[in-house]
Design a protein around this ligand. Structure first.
Ligand SMILES: C[S@@+](CC[C@H](N)C(=O)[O-])C[C@H]1O[C@@H](n2cnc3c(N)ncnc32)[C@H](O)[C@@H]1O
Length: 276
């Protein structure tokens, strides 16, 4: 387990994933009904863009672009505001991970659960999110915890599945977890992040997730930063969302278009499709 998100925090893939996550949370907040959120692969919660890891890769430059742009589309504004809240209105230094965005969105009766397997990352997560009392942190396996703790139907439930995709079986485990979560709560919104290296492996994963979703609607939002010429590189990423709320496709298109036009290279593209 070598993956450390600190090397990648605030990169193009985080902006895309987090813009959609913030939109999903905002959608839940439109109703007075309490909701539950599970973040199966949480990471450290908050990342210092001036830290050694971030400086080594420079990937956080995408977040710098987001925060310094004169104007950004409506789809990216809530994320920008969340980053401003984390930095207390001061110039960008800290970038929020998914559990921070979840903790930031929870209201009185809402509940969150963030799982992190790496002990060092889990203790950093506990420290960074200590003030969010409605967010429970589990230092352990997110695959087992997410399926065991998924609130049964009809509770409103959002599950974010964002594994490192370093182990060869992360895709298969995501498909299995999706099936188990939906069997407990068929109306759960389940969002799976996936890397886009080559089209064949991505299409196979998307199709397996769609099969596991059965006849539920699925949104596949695919962002290509460049042509998929080198399958060893992360050429883009995708969010595959089961039971997406109305309007999420447009958010993905708008956020994706800004990200690829600001940060992309020749061969860039954004493709969003929804199956009924
Ligand atoms: C891509 S990062 C998560 C980033 C985070 N979701 C965000 O958006 O800010 C993946 C994380 O999963 C953790 N991890 C790996 N295997 C895990 C498992 N079985 N259960 C929970 N966490 C795991 C890694 O240590 C890493 O911190």
């Amino acid at each position: 387990m070598n993956y450390q998100h600190a090397f990648h925090a605030g990169n193009f893939a985080d902006l895309f994933k987090h813009a959609l996550l913030v939109a999903l949370l905002a959608d839940f907040r439109r109703s007075a009904q309490p909701f539950n959120v599970i973040d199966s692969h949480a990471g450290e919660g908050v990342y210092d863009l001036e830290g050694e890891e971030a400086r080594r890769t420079g990937e956080g430059a995408a977040a710098v672009q987001l925060m310094s742009a004169r104007d950004v589309p409506a789809a990216l504004r809530p994320l920008r505001q969340a980053i401003e809240r984390l930095n207390h209105g001061r110039p960008l230094r800290f970038y929020p991970g998914s559990p921070w965005l979840v903790g930031d969105a929870l209201r009185g009766g809402d509940r969150g659960l963030a799982c992190e397997m790496n002990p060092a990352a889990a203790s950093e997560l506990r420290r960074a999110l200590a003030s969010y009392r409605r967010l429970e942190i589990v230092a352990g396996d997110g695959w087992a915890t997410a399926t065991r703790r998924a609130a049964p139907a009809p509770a409103p439930l959002l599950v974010l599945i964002d594994p490192p995709f370093e182990a060869g079986d992360d895709g298969a485990r995501a498909v299995e977890a999706l099936g188990r979560i939906l069997s407990r709560n068929g109306s759960a919104i389940v969002a799976v992040w996936a890397p886009l290296k080559d089209l064949a492996s991505f299409d196979a994963l998307a199709s397996d997730l769609e099969d596991a979703a059965g006849d539920r609607p699925v949104l596949v939002a695919e962002l290509r930063l460049r042509a998929l010429a080198d399958p060893m590189r992360m050429n883009g990423c995708a969010m595959i969302v089961v039971n997406p709320p109305i309007g999420l496709a447009e958010t993905a298109r708008e956020a994706g278009r800004w990200i690829v036009s600001t940060l992309g290279e020749p061969g860039r593209a954004i493709e969003v499709r929804e199956s009924a």
